[in-house]
Write a protein that binds this ligand. Sequence first.
Ligand SMILES: [Zn+2]
Length: 241
Amino acid sequence: MKYFASLALVAMAAAPLAAAEKDWHFGDGTTPERWSTVNSDYALCDAGLNQSPIDLGGANTRGDIDVALNYGTGAGTIVLGTEKVQVDFAAGMGMMSGGKQFNLLQVHFHTPSEHAINGKRFPMVAHFVHATEAGELGVFGVMFAEGAANPALGAIVDGVAAGKGTPVAFDVSDLIPEDDDIFRYMGSLTTPPCSEGVNWHVAQTPMTASAAQIAAMEAKLGPSARSLQPIGTRLVVAPAE
Ligand SMILES: [Zn+2]
C-alpha cells in the first residue's frame, strides 16, 4: 500500500508512522501473485479488468500526449521497507496532464521494471507518484538501462545506505529523459489493494544507471515487479511515429 501510505502522510503529517507490516509480497514477476487469496481487501488485484503493469508493446493507438513535468531540485526523505525504496517529497513539484494538476508525492523504485515494452523489461524503474487535490492518482514511470551513472540516483543510493529518514536533495529532473515521448493508459496501483483509476504515463526512452547503482537498489528491493496484466479492452496510447 505504498502509494496510499504517502497520501495519508500528506493528509495527516502528525500521524504515527508505525504502519502494520505488510501481508503481501512480490513474486517472481511472471507467476500470478494471487494477492486476493492473502487478504480479501485485495480482491481487485485478481478481479480487476484495468490492472497494471502491462506490456506497452500492446498499445492499440498512437498519439502525442502532452505532459508537463514541473520537477527541479527537491528536498525529500528516504523511506525504506520490505520491497520498498522510496523518497517522499515536500510539496511544490508536479505534473500537468490532461488538463489536470497532479502534485508529486514520492518516487519509488522496482527491480526489474514492471511495465515491459515488447516483452522487454529493464533492470529498474522509477515511479513518480502524484495526486490531484481531489485524490486522483497519476504516475510517471521512467525505465533505467545499465550505462552511465545517474547523479540523482547517486544521491538516493547514498541516502538509502544512510538509512530511513535520511534527508536527501537532488535535481529530480535528472531522472527524466529529454525525449518526452510517452505511453499513456488507465491502470492501477501495482501493489495491493491494486486500486484502479490510476493515470499511467511511461517514458519511451530509458535513462541509464551504473551497474553499481542498479546493484545497490536490487540489494534493497529484491525482485519487486508485479506480473504483467491483460490489457483487455483498454485504450493504450503509444507515442506518435
Ligand atoms: Zn511502483
